[in-house]
Write a protein that binds this ligand. Structure first.
Ligand code: SF4
Ligand code: SF4
Length: 342
């Protein structure tokens, strides 16, 4: 069985305990943060195992190559500490089970991955995707299964992720452009952390978009709009891709308005909190986030994940901002009409 690579010595020598010091839901000083992570590594009890709300952010805060959230997840599973009622966990696990109902486009050497999110097929249209579509795949056979780390479950992805890697490899692709953060993170963060080999190149769609916009720069008419960006929890597992948001906005002439809850201090959309930790946490996080967006004076709220978009679009619109997927904003900049907006 696959084992998480985690180096206790890095925590013992860690100067800042950033994983828990920067956590927006728990309160730790550097010294106690280090001690808790060492305790968790050694299998001892820690309040972190009870109190962590699975926002994934400590995976980004740790700059020392350890995987604090993956470790928390492992120890919760070892100790049987559930993050959600068993029925909800089972329902989610059942949804992602491979059932032989996948969908393939005309597969080339480069392909788009829609994971298991059908909405992604609707927005990958127009000139930005003309050089790769209709080379795509979709379905549970290609679903990364990373979402189960919200549920203190590692067994499912340890079993399914190697099968997904093999399924993609069998398509003969050399490069995969992932339209969903969790899928990209599955192959660039989770798989390496567990020693799984990935025999194809993984590209985040932010990088792909930026390169396409550069190639099509003569078509761009600067949008001259103010936007806020809703960063999803799953983007914390692939923080390297986040830099492209600013670069893309600069490229299309949109102003990414500064606000409190962005970049490393981003707040998640709250939908997973409602399912697992109840209404109050969701309402608090959504309320602070939306207030912050509204104060910024932005005209658009730009989304990366359709889960966030489903949860927040009506609330964003009620505050006078237009909710839009980032791809649709890019399509507007090259004179195309967005299709997957609201
Ligand atoms: S997980 Fe990373 S940030 Fe946290 S104590 Fe260990 S080395 Fe430091
Ligand atoms: S996943 Fe989020 S809530 Fe949990 S310890 Fe890490 S930063 Fe804190």
């Amino acid at each position: 069985m696959y084992q998480l690579k985690f180096d206790e010595k890095r925590c013992l020598a860690c100067p800042d305990g950033a994983c828990l010091v920067q956590c927006q839901y728990l309160k730790y000083e550097a010294d106690s943060a280090r001690k808790e992570m060492v305790k968790i590594f050694r299998g001892e009890d820690s309040p972190v195992l009870q109190d962590c709300v699975t926002c994934y952010a400590c995976e980004e805060y740790c700059k020392r190559g350890n995987h604090p959230f993956y470790l928390i997840n492992e120890r919760r599973e070892d100790k049987g500490i559930l993050t959600a009622p068993r029925a909800i966990t089972r329902q989610w696990i059942h949804i992602g089970e491979p059932k032989g109902k996948y969908e393939l486009g005309r597969i080339g050497k480069i392909a788009l991955s829609f994971g298991f999110m059908p909405q992604l097929k609707e927005i990958t249209k127009g000139r930005l995707f003309e050089d790769v579509m209709p080379s795509y795949f979709f379905g549970q056979e290609f679903f990364c299964n990373v979402v189960y780390i919200h549920f203190a479950n590692t067994d499912v992805f340890k079993e399914r992720l190697p099968m997904v890697i093999e399924n993609i490899h069998k398509l003969g692709v050399e490069e995969v452009v992932f339209l969903h953060d969790e899928c990209y993170a599955a192959f660039t963060s989770l798989a390496p952390a567990y020693g799984m080999e990935v025999p194809f190149k993984s590209v985040h769609y932010f990088e792909y978009l930026y390169n396409r916009l550069t190639a099509l720069k003569d078509l761009i008419r600067p949008l001259n709009v103010k936007v806020v960006y809703q960063r999803p929890c799953s983007n914390r597992l692939c923080g390297d891709s986040h830099l492209f948001v600013q670069k893309i906005m600069d490229r299309i002439g949109a102003t990414l308005v500064q606000r409190t809850y962005q970049d490393e201090t981003a707040l998640c959309c709250g939908s997973i909190f409602r399912a697992m930790y109840g209404y109050d946490l969701m309402a608090d996080v959504q309320g602070r986030n939306l207030e912050d967006m509204a104060k910024s004076g932005a005209e658009y709220c730009i989304f990366n994940c359709h889960g966030c978009m489903n949860a927040l679009s009506p609330l964003v619109a009620a505050r006078g901002m237009t909710p839009l997927h980032l791809i649709d904003l890019c399509r507007m900049a090259i004179g195309e009409k967005p299709e997957g907006g609201r």
